[in-house]
Ligand binder design. Structure first.
Ligand code: ZN
Length: 279
């Protein structure tokens, strides 16, 4: 007689259509599954650990600007392919794909807006578009927004979601945007005007080494990856293990690189207070 009696199996066939695709996302910080609807209701912030997921540029503008106050500049500026760049995918194909998926012409949206009735100039980069990298169009739009802020004596807020840094598909045309945006910011600074830079996950490389790192006040979202070179490359170069939390907002605040960490839900209120304080 078998020790456990006769084993009975019930085979349940789960049909693929019973598990709808894309309803859950795994949080990259706490590794817990998060229900999409819950994430949307929570401003794309993980309800378990407060990790701030990527947010599109239009959603970010909605989150911080007064309702219907945003007036977009240079909406028609479109990227070109100055080098005729060919990789596994051509630059032209990559642009077409991301334009279709995001509804954007390139990775930045710029314009004027009000926050609690106070006039500001606002620029936002979108990490869904070629990792929010800075090509000629992103650099030009941001520079024009800075120059317009200087001319109109307005405070400037730039929210960066640029893991890609400079856009290598445009070579030198991309790298020179670092100098261009920085030079425009220097004039804004010389005019005694306020610039608030917000760093979101991720803000890296050529963007962090230019306009994103130059704020009079630098704010980061919680747990955002912020730096120049990624941690893996640094570890390989210096042949040492990096401390826990290296290049995350909390580590950078502790070491004085940023001024404050602000939860997405408090961002508008923080802007409003800073605008009052520095005006
Ligand atoms: Zn989480």
């Amino acid at each position: 007689m078998p020790l456990f009696g006769k084993l009975k199996y019930t085979i349940v066939r789960v049909k693929k259509k019973d598990i709808p695709d894309g309803l859950w996302t795994k949080c990259e910080s706490c590794n817990q599954p998060v229900y999409h609807k819950k994430l949307k209701e929570n401003m794309e912030v993980c309800p378990n650990c407060d990790f701030h997921f990527t947010l599109g540029a239009k959603d970010r503008i909605q989150l911080v600007a007064d309702k219907n106050s945003f007036k977009e500049f240079d909406a028609d500026l479109s990227p070109v392919d100055p080098l005729g760049f060919l990789g596994p995918k051509s630059y032209k194909d990559k642009l077409k794909k991301d334009q279709k998926e995001t509804g954007l012409k390139d990775a930045a949206i710029t314009g004027s807006a009000t926050i609690d009735g106070k006039n500001i100039m606002l620029a936002v980069t979108d990490s869904r578009f070629i990792m929010g990298s800075m090509g000629s169009v992103v650099g030009e739009k941001i520079t024009r927004a800075i120059e317009s802020a200087t001319k109109n004596k307005l405070p400037l807020i730039i929210i960066s979601g640029s893991g890609g840094g400079a856009r290598m598909y445009e070579g030198m045309f991309s790298l020179m945007q670092m100098a261009k945006t920085s030079a425009a910011l220097a004039k804004h600074h010389d005019a005694g005007l306020l610039y608030i830079s917000v760093l979101t996950n991720p803000t890296m490389a050529g963007v962090m080494a230019s306009f994103a790192g130059l704020g009079d006040v630098i704010i980061a979202e919680p747990k955002a990856l912020i730096g120049f070179t990624g941690p893996r490359v640094i570890e390989q170069t210096i042949k040492q293990r990096l401390p826990a939390g290296f290049q995350r907002s909390e580590f950078l605040l502790e070491h004085g690189l940023i001024d404050m960490i602000v939860h997405r839900k408090n961002l508008k209120e923080t802007f409003s207070k800073l605008l009052d304080y520095f005006s």
